[in-house]
Each structure stands twice: as structure tokens, then as C-alpha cells.
Ligand binder design. Sequence first.
Ligand code: NAD
Ligand code: UFG
Length: 339
Amino acid sequence: MLQTILVTGGSGYIGSHTTLLLLKAGFEVVVLDNLSNSSLESLHRVEKITGKKVKFYQADLRNTQQIADIFNENNISSVIHFAGLKAVGESAEIPLDYYEQNISGSINLLKVMKEFNCSQIVFSSSATVYGDPASVPINESFPTSATNPYGRTKLFVEEIMRDLAHSDPSWNIILLRYFNPVGAHESGLIGEDPQGIPNNLVPFISQVAVGEREKLRIFGDDYSTPDGTGVRDYIHVMDLAAAHVKAVTSHVKLSGITTLNLGTGNGYSVLEMVKAFEKESGKSVAYEIVARRSGDIAECWTDPSLAEKTLNWKANRGLAEMMKDTWRWQNNNPKGYKI
Ligand code: NAD
Ligand code: UFG
């Protein structure tokens, strides 16, 4: 029988790319999403690319009954849990919404899973749980801390899941700490579609290139990095999606709780990212250097070896492919999924 995976947040950026690969790998996919930060068009395009159907529920994690209805109507074997709010700045303005949707929402989901004897879950955590790391590369044994409500929701949910796994050995939980996801599916049909002004670097760069924004503001060139701008570990969203497919198939051999960093192990500066984008798109990206953004750190990249070994997976798309695919998506869809 085909395994059915519930993907919460499956119409969002990482969720839609993961849904695509799950369908290609032969899984049945049920998506739960309240569409607060995404459009159903992403899943229509996933269906177009794969020639397969996605079962979609417009449902909210704050509503336990809606989650239970999905479990009642489907034989869910594993859950990939992407749904939640993710804007660091906004989380400081509306912390209760972040705690309610990210933490209470996750608890509601876990309670329903327990009721239906579904004990396999992959959770979207973030490199933000390492706070300002003492050194790089970062591995999974580094101390964790949070500097904003969003980061705290990731840390708390990780801890809740750890307690749950310790309370009952039948749980099989994989915490994936993403570094910086970028890029889009090679078709140019699905990609990242931020609402309003993008917070993240690559969507901002590509919106400047396509004429939607005037210029990029580079937040500080006085960090102690080779060119003074911030350094991050950018990972292609298709490599990230592939890691999720490996994670759901690794549930059989892993037990208890497993924590893995997902990145490439390479750090690139903001200026290197701008140059790489210009090269792949043939467009020039206007920028100005402005003050540092509060809360930013100088550099952040991972030692990816534990994830590689545990999942038998490796991020194999380089910077050129990340930029080429970002540009194809942005150029074909200057306003994202909006017509
Ligand atoms: P996204 O906003 O594109 O996807 C999240 C989806 O969850 C959206 O489709 C949204 O509509 C849905 N959602 C939000 N609250 C919901 C609720 N209460 N009930 C049901 N659906 C809800 O974000 P993304 O970039 O795809 O991120 C996916 C996950 O990965 C998030 O948990 C995010 O915190 C985490 N993450 C993202 C990044 C990144 O840079 N993109 C980095 C680290 C971790
Ligand atoms: N940057 C700019 N200008 C911009 C946007 C970003 O110069 O307009 C710089 C930042 O200062 C940083 C780099 O580009 O040096 C990357 O910034 P992003 O906002 O794209 O990514 P962050 O590393 O700050 O944050 C990301 C996710 C967070 C997550 C964090 C740690 O967006 O959700 O990684 O995992 F918490």
C-alpha cells in the first residue's frame, strides 16, 4: 500500500518543493495549510509538474478538530511539519501569535497524532536555535539559545518533542535545523513568493533584478568576515526537499529523537551572493551599504556531516544553480503566484 504523508504548511515555499519530491518518490500526499502565507496555486503547479494529485485541506493548526478530521479521513503514516509563522521581526511585535501558532499549533498536532497512533514526525527547525555561535562550522552539539520570539518557538517545540520522545519510546522524531534555504524548482513554476517586502536576502536581490524593488540594502560591511558582509550557508530548496524525503524513509531505521543540521557546509557573503546572482541572471543589482540589522550575526554555516551520514544525503547544488533557478522563477513570475 502507498504510504500517506501529511505535510503541514505544504503549500508554502519549502512545503511545496517537498510535496513535489514526495509525489515523485511515490508517496500519497495530504496537505494541511491555512493559506495565511501561501497560495493554492503552488500546489496546482506541483500537480502540473508531477502529473499527480495532492489532497488539500484548508485547515488551521489552532483548530484541533480540523486536524483530527484529516486523520479520520486518511491513513496517515508520517507527518512533515512545516506550518508556522517565520518572520523574526514580526515575532517581536506579535509574540502571542507566534507562540499560539507555532507552539500550541504543534502541540495540537502531536496530540492528534497520539490519538491516531501516528508516531513519526519530521519538524522544521532552524539554525536560529544556535543564537550567536562561538565558532563556525556549527555542529549539532553546539549550545542553543534564542534571541527573539520566533527562535524561541523553534527551541520550545524542539524541547517539547524531546520530552515526548523520552516519555514514550514509540515516537520517532526528526528535528531538521535548516540553514538558509534559497532557489526554486528547475521548472521555474514554483518558488519563494514572500508577501510584501522580503525579509530575506535572495528574494530581495531577485526582486531588485526584476524591477520590483529599487535597490538592495546591505546590512553592514564591518563584520569580521573576509569582505565585511554577513556570511551564511545557503542551501538549494530542492536539496532541502530531498533531505525530507530521506528523513521520512529513514524513520524505519531511526528511533527516538534525532537532530540534524541541513546546509552545504559552505559560507558565502552578501557581496558574493550579489555577484553570483548578477552572473547567472545577466542583470545588475543596485545596492547600498547601510547599518547592521539588529540581531544579525557575522557568520553562520554548518558542518553537514551528521545529516549526510544519517540520511545518506548530501546537498549537491552549488551557488550558480541556486541563483540560476531563483532567477528563472522570478523572471517567469515577477509577481510570484499573483497574476
Ligand atoms: P512558508 O511561510 O512559505 O510556509 C509555511 C506555511 O504554513 C504557509 O503556507 C502558511 O500558510 C502555513 N501556516 C502558517 N500558520 C499556519 C497555521 N496556524 N495552520 C496551518 N497552516 C499554517 O515558510 P517556509 O519558508 O516554507 O518555511 C517552512 C518552515 O521552515 C517553517 O516552520 C519555518 O519556520 C521553517 N524554516 C524556514 C526557513 C527559511 O528561511 N525559509 C529557515 C529555517 C526554518
Ligand atoms: N541581508 C541584507 N539585506 C537584506 C536582507 C538580508 O544585507 O535585505 C543580509 C543579512 O544581514 C545576512 C544575510 O543577508 O547577513 C542573510 O539574511 P537573511 O535575512 O536572508 O537570512 P538570516 O540568516 O538572517 O535568517 C535566516 C532565516 C531566519 C532564521 C535564520 C537562522 O530567515 O528565519 O536564517 O536560521 F532564523
